[in-house]
Ligand binder design. Structure first.
Ligand code: EPZ
Length: 428
């Protein structure tokens, strides 16, 4: 298994191109199931989650071709053409779905287009139990019969789905996406109340609109979708990855230096920018992206709670904690989205951080220096938080289980190395 070795203490400088967003690209790929015409997506990041979803979609009958490899064409990422001319199977098997929860999104489009689906329950996951009850209740409200048998969800709607008013008890990104896609081909009007308004939802909405869907209320908590008989093909460019943006921003804040994040936008990380400025990091929006710098000056601890967008994202909580491990003063970081998303804490402690957990809040007392150590992480964002910690630490850190990073961060060691970090991948 590959490992990443980092010798800490180097400042980062230069510029880095932010990739297309993984969490936008995944639902966009699934949207290809809604039409028998080709959907062409540009700026698709080169990540294992993307290849795994491509495998699942391939099994359902989607023809997939790819141009560009994300290396030579870093400006545009890969261009993926997905063509679901005919759905050959409506079954998404356990072996593939268990590896990636986002693949559960196929259930809505499959029932909408083929009136049936058999999709494995995604199962447990390192960051919490993560049920799919909201997805299923929404499909039931639209007329689907749902049966759970032997770890699979069987969904059937012999007469097709109909519109419904669905009020989610709390915000769910995945359930909102599943319902938007199902509603696009349902009979009548669907109203989603308490919808997620993450930028990835809006990106999916824009792509569905290009495909002929009638959607109103994007960027608000109430989304209305008037079903149409058929959708057509479209071309769409995936929006920049706000989590990768925030991750590089925090890496630069942690090491010091000056880096311009190219091709991204400040509005995508609205809640992060004031918080970083409050901590003492300089952030300027430029016509090419976002410039972040911290030159010598200390930065201070912060108080923050993760929330659905536009609040501070749970997917940046671990990275913020790594940064705050060497802040001046104490930070309070509360996690409200997932019940078990502090697994990076024991690893940060091994590197010399001073963190205690009180229920859903981590109290992070800034220390002078972290020290390199062999570490291991259990999920994607936790792994990258260890990379940030390692970049500031004295001595060498080896990050094990790199496959988590490869799920969500495109060419991270190349990008950091180009910014001046002493980082290398050790094959093994
Ligand atoms: C999306 O997951 C992201 N994944 C996650 O990113 C992200 O952390 C999360 O949204 C929150 O922003 C993708 O977009 C592919 P939710 P999702 O449904 O849709 C509970 C990463 O690192 N819930 O908004 O699965 C759930 O357990 C990943 O890239 C139910 O109880 O998240 C959680 O506590 C990790 N029942 C909360 O809602 C349901 O039916 C929010 O989850 C659905 C969700």
């Amino acid at each position: 298994m590959d490992r990443i070795q980092i010798r800490g203490g180097r400042r980062l400088s230069g510029d880095v191109r932010i990739s297309g967003a993984k969490n936008a690209a995944l639902p966009l790929m699934v949207a290809s199931l809604l039409t028998d015409e080709p959907l062409t997506l540009a700026a698709v990041p080169h990540l294992t989650d993307i290849s795994q979803l491509a495998e699942i979609l391939g099994g359902l009958g989607v023809g997939i071709t790819m141009n560009g490899n994300g290396h030579a064409e870093a400006e545009t990422g890969r261009v993926l053409k997905l063509h679901a001319k005919e759905i050959k199977s409506t079954e998404a098997p356990y072996d593939l779905v268990r590896k990636m929860r986002a693949s559960f999104l196929v259930i809505g489009p499959l029932v909408a287009r083929c009136h049936e689906a058999k999709v494995s329950l995604p199962g447990g996951c390192a960051i919490g139990t993560r049920p799919v009850d909201l997805h299923l209740k929404a499909l039931e409200a639209m007329g689907a019969e749902i049966e759970l048998k032997e770890g699979y969800v069987y969904a059937r709607a012999p007469k097709g789905l109909h519109g419904a008013r669905v009020a989610f008890p709390f915000v769910s990104v995945g359930a909102t996406e599943n319902l938007m896609m199902a509603a696009a081909l349902a009979k009548g009007t669907t109203v989603i109340e308490n919808a997620a308004m993450e930028p990835e939802i809006t990106d999916l909405g824009h792509c569905l609109q290009k495909m002929g869907a009638k959607i109103e209320g994007l960027d608000t908590r109430t989304i209305t979708i008037e079903g149409v008989d058929r959708l057509h093909g479209a071309n769409h460019t995936v929006l920049p990855d706000r989590i990768e943006t925030g991750t590089y921003l925090m890496a630069v804040a942690a090491t010091g230096g000056e880096v311009e994040l190219l091709g991204t936008r400040g509005d995508l990380i609205g809640a992060v920018i004031p918080l970083m400025r409050e901590a003492g990091v300089t952030i300027d929006e430029t016509n090419r992206g976002i410039k972040v710098s911290r030159n010598g000056a200390h930065f201070t601890g912060v108080e923050v709670t993760t929330e659905p967008y536009p609040g501070f994202p749970t997917d940046l909580q671990a990275q913020l904690m790594a940064l705050m491990s060497t802040a001046n003063g104490t930070s309070h970081i509360s996690e409200t989205i997932f019940e078990n998303r502090f697994m990076h804490v024991p690893e940060l402690l091994r590197m010399g951080a001073d963190i205690t957990i009180d229920h859903q809040t981590a109290v992070v007392r800034g220390v002078e220096k972290l020290r390199g150590a062999p570490v291991m992480a259990t999920d994607l964002r936790a792994s990258v938080s260890l990379i940030i910690a390692a970049l500031t630490a004295e001595g060498e850190t080896t990050v094990n289980r790199v496959y988590h990073l490869d799920r969500g961060f495109e060419r991270i060691e190349e990008k950091l190395s180009a910014l001046g970090a002493d980082i290398k991948r050790v094959k093994g």
